[in-house]
Design a protein around this ligand. Sequence first.
Ligand SMILES: C[S@@+](CC[C@H](N)C(=O)[O-])C[C@H]1O[C@@H](n2cnc3c(N)ncnc32)[C@H](O)[C@@H]1O
Length: 300
Amino acid sequence: LVQSISPYNDDKPPEPITTIGSALDWARSALQEQIDNAWLDARLLLCHVLEVRQEYLILYSEKTLTIQQAADYQSLVMRRATGSPLAYLLGSQPFYDIEVFVSPDVLIPRPETELLVEQAINFAQNRSHQFIVDVGAGSGIIALAMAKHLPQHHITGIDLSQDALDIAKRNTVHLNLVNRVRWLQGNLLDPLIKQGEQVDLIVANLPYITTEEMQDLEVSKHEPHMALDGGNDGLDLIRQLLKNAPLVLKPNGAILMEIGAAQGDGVRNIAQHYFPTAQVHVNQDLAALDRIVSVILPPR
Ligand SMILES: C[S@@+](CC[C@H](N)C(=O)[O-])C[C@H]1O[C@@H](n2cnc3c(N)ncnc32)[C@H](O)[C@@H]1O
């Protein structure tokens, strides 16, 4: 079975997959040329197929796989070898202190976004901001992590993609937060504007990669373009959000947005244009790169 599909190690025919140990050896050699964490990915994918924890693989390395398990594992490893992101193959991804389902319909949660969530939670707690919207919610990570930590707050998530919202809703059920987050489909803040609703805090991780950068990026081959492409200067969506935000923000409200490392000055200028009296700050991440813009309105 293995020999018929493996293009690797032509000089040394691989051992057929019969046991957990031989499956891992085969996967490691199939992956090591293509990806950095071949050994770890080989183990995580096998845990996924067998529905076991990593310790099991060590304790039962001589255990025989069924033909179905071996075939499923080979298929996942080959997809990983040709660039499919691990999170899509596993179907889930840890983020902040939750774990969410992901599919190719949503962006895979990034560690940088944990900083946005941390700052947004602190911000909402300190200022008693009650009504919060997460714009460009994707898998729902920001809204859901905030809902978990802010039990008294009213949280709405908006996305243009219904497929993404379906994943977000699945995550809401899985995390037991069904009564805590409301999901709306639409363009940026339009669903709130149409309903005449106002909020205290807008949190957003919108697409911010330039269309040109998209051409060369590996992620753009696998993750949804709608989640990544921010137009010519990467700021199309952020600009549109800031333009419409005055219609939705309450007095004393605020906006927290994730941005690209080279976009601090650009986003600060746009924010200052639409909110001339607001305090606008660009905050850096742990790598000292511009990452979050906060726009804080003065009390009216
Ligand atoms: C960078 S992803 C972020 C997803 C998620 N919030 C996260 O942090 O992982 C951006 C999201 O914005 C959504 N999006 C793109 N254009 C939009 C628009 N015009 N209105 C609402 N959502 C939009 C995409 O579908 C995608 O889910």
